[in-house]
Design a protein around this ligand. Sequence first.
Ligand code: C2O
Ligand code: CU
Length: 494
Amino acid sequence: MGPTAARTGATARLTRRSLLLAGCGGLGAAALGLPPARVTAAPPLPVQSAGPPPEPLEVELVARRRSARILPEPAGPTPVVTYGDDFPGPVIRLKKGQRLRAMLVNELDAHTSIHWHGIRLPNAEDGVPFLTQAPVKPGERHLYDFTPPDSGSFFFHTHCNTVEMLGRGLAGILIVEEEGGPAFDADLVCAVKDWQLNKDGSFGTIITDRGAGRAGTFGNTATVNGRIGPVFDVPANGDVRARLYNIDNTRILDLRVEGADAWIIAVDGNPLPPRPLDGWLMGPAMRLDVVFRAPKTAGGTVRLVNVYAPEPRPLASFRAVGEPLRKPAFEPAPLPAAAIPEPELDGAAAMRVDFSATAVAQVFDPAISGDLPLADSLCLSDKTFWAVNQRSWPEDGHQRLPPPIATLERGRSYVFELANLTPHLHPIHIHGHTFLVLDSDKRELPRHHADTVLLEPRERMRVAIRADNPGDWMFHCHIIEHQETGMMGYLRVA
Ligand code: C2O
Ligand code: CU
């Protein structure tokens, strides 16, 4: 389980060959039919020679039940639901400007879809059942076809019955390699997820009312790439790029690399000036690209630890192997800047979005807990605890869509004041656009881009977008139990 992610990373060395590839920051945007993107900071490194664009990458993603070894013997294997033999899997790597043609094959006995998290793609490819496409029924296939406009560390996951299906593993990794930029000696995916398992390896209770109405229902088995405490081999004295993903349904992470100086170089795949990895909280769906120098001596290890817990929890380690690479002193170098359309803050429309608990928890039938059968559910739980702007996503919302939270004028810039009116944390995610994070009333934040922002209890955060991508775009909490019990809506860009 999970060797692909480690394999692709530990030996892969980024080369300058990407310089030979065609395309610049505007290529993807042009493919979307959008106006050319304005560059927010330094322009991307100059492309020295333009060749033909890379061939489209074709992949087949077969969603079905598989079994995976998560707990050691004598426990049995775990009945996961995945897109391939690895979790998270597969790891799809594209060049900047390369087109992806991904065929979803549904071998489940429930309908499904794939959402490409963080990608600014055409609305029809966004993978939200009923809102942007018909759900893919058992036995059906569906082709997703798009060219991601941005480089970075993204992922994909089901948007149907997500508590259960993502809880069981229906997620994979999508990496878009940048052009130029610093070279790394290793490029790893470290996807953190807890599983709620019984001693025999079967699933325990993935969602409880008590959890859904509060901070969420936590798993009991912490893994990285589906493995408990994996060890990644990295070249001694090499510069390691670790793409840290929180793909848990629920848990908040504060990751540290113990034994090395680790620097954040991208947030949700979006480059920012390197800053120390020191207290950057990651809610579900959030990613950090970090870089650190591996130990000089073969056998030396550093550890990946989650300190957002009563006791620090070690998750994985990195072990130096081979002759130490000869390198100049370690210095984290910035990635080439993103080319996300810059919101015009002067004259932007201001809009407040409240995230709250419902006044009255509406109680429908009990029993959303337990090892649910894979029936053709409606992608919904049957209780409502949460709301966006005083409105909860209705129980039958996917079939009788509620009106949008707001209709945004295409091309106009907006500043959202995201207000968390609750005592819980909420990672708020927008589809089809990338936030420019401006500020918070509670903490110092650097200006940066993100597709998911973590609101602390009672926090207000201001984020901006240029609403340049037409369609209906989900806007929701990525603690999946919150999403599915009301904290979800959508914005219409028209
Ligand atoms: Cu990763 Cu609508 O979510
Ligand atoms: Cu939430």
